[in-house]
Design a protein around this ligand. Structure first.
Ligand SMILES: NC(=O)c1ccc[n+]([C@@H]2O[C@H](COP(=O)([O-])OP(=O)(O)OC[C@H]3O[C@@H](n4cnc5c(N)ncnc54)[C@H](OP(=O)(O)O)[C@@H]3O)[C@@H](O)[C@H]2O)c1
Length: 339
């Protein structure tokens, strides 16, 4: 039987949570590469909060996905067929495969991943891929943490947040993580070595920050925005640094969250707030991957993944990022590693 390329195509702009009916499941022949192109078979598909932004009508740092197109997504895959001298069949690569089994891409759009290291394949898609890079440069390049400073991280038990907090510990900070369940808070303290945690769903964030950060907040790594950003802004120190990584509290809402009430503190405290996109740092990927890989192998950095089986589950699985049910980096297993 001829193998087909299974795809999810975006057919309508989601309102609120993503629905399966926002997509069309299509099966078509596997494409063949031309000169300078490579056919990639996807093993793991990364589901990211940014996917939800790309589904909207308006462009962001990337153009909106065109209705009818295959949904955009980052994947880790194996080269099935190469018409470019830089890649051979069997190479492990990271690239924008999209929500489908196979993609033909120009060779220049692929990153070759070294094989044979004592690192699980899923770690390449997260810790040593765009997630690790986001945490590494978003924290170190933007906030320059110093020993003894107080660092607060939101969505702390998620893919980016959990790495940020651990790097903060490596750099000698006092780290407070904000997350949405007692289980996540327990994991942050007991497994990752965070100093303190706040369950924002059951505790009053501003009150708890006051109790847990008696010296005020020097650094905030923001993955969330909204009310949590506001609670932190109310308690920042002079010369505080805020790395604006994500605003997930607003990705699914129909009207934007109101601006932070405590915004004037940025002025009064001579604070810095800086946004960034991980692609700003792609040219410096090597340094981050080397350092993160070293910390991971030395056991100083832990990374957990939440693997959902089957491409067919992508449209509903992505909502785990918004209801908080993902336990680590959310990934779809498209094919078995050994297939
Ligand atoms: N700037 C960049 O280049 C860049 C790159 C990658 C990611 N990001 C951003 O980084 C953030 C984290 O991404 P990730 O891939 O690591 O995802 P993740 O943290 O693994 O998953 C998202 C988490 O966000 C939390 N969350 C969802 N809705 C929330 C809300 N309304 N209020 C508070 N927390 C909420 C949930 O955890 P709880 O159970 O704790 O609620 C959920 O598990 C996102 O904002 C993303 O857009 C930015």
């Amino acid at each position: 039987m001829t193998q087909l390329n299974r795809q999810w195509r975006l057919t309508s702009r989601p309102v609120g949570m993503v629905k399966k009916s926002d997509f069309e499941w299509r099966e078509s022949p596997i494409p063949t590469p031309n000169q300078g192109e490579v056919l990639v078979k996807q093993i793991y598909l990364s589901l990211d909060p940014a996917n939800r932004i790309w589904m909207n009508e308006q462009d962001s740092y990337m153009p909106a996905v065109v209705l009818g197109d295959v949904m955009r997504g980052i994947g880790l895959g194996i080269v099935s067929e190469s018409k470019d001298s830089h890649f051979s069949q069997g190479d492990l690569v990271q690239c924008m495969v999209g929500w489908q089994d196979y993609a033909v891409l120009p060779a220049g759009a692929l990153t070759l991943i070294p094989k044979g290291l004592p690192i699980p394949m899923t770690t390449y898609l997260g810790l040593l891929g765009h997630i690790g890079l986001t945490a590494y440069y978003g924290l170190l390049d933007i906030t320059h943490p110093k020993e003894g400073e107080t660092l607060v991280v939101s969505a702390a038990a998620g893919a980016v947040g959990s790495i940020v907090g651990q790097i903060g510990k490596i750099k000698g900070c006092y780290v407070v993580g904000i997350a949405g369940s007692d289980e996540k808070c327990k994991w942050l303290k007991e497994e990752l070595g965070f100093d303190a945690t706040i369950n924002y769903k059951t505790e009053k964030v501003a009150e708890r920050l006051k109790a847990l950060c008696p010296k005020g907040i020097d650094i905030y790594f923001d993955n969330v925005g909204g009310e949590i950003l506001d609670a932190v802004l109310g308690q920042i120190n002079k010369k505080a640094r805020i790395s604006l990584c994500g605003l997930i509290a607003g990705y699914n809402v129909e009207r934007p969250n109101p601006g932070p009430y405590y915004f004037p503190n940025v002025l009064v405290k001579s604070a810095k707030i800086e946004g960034f996109i991980v692609t700003d740092y792609l040219h410096r990927a090597e340094e981050a991957v080397k350092e993160l890989g070293k910390w991971f192998i030395e056991g100083k950095l832990k990374f957990r993944v939440d693997v959902v089986d089957g491409l067919e589950n992508a449209p509903l699985a992505i909502n785990k990022l918004f209801d908080g049910s993902n336990q680590g980096k959310l990934i779809i297993k498209v094919f078995e590693e050994t297939d």
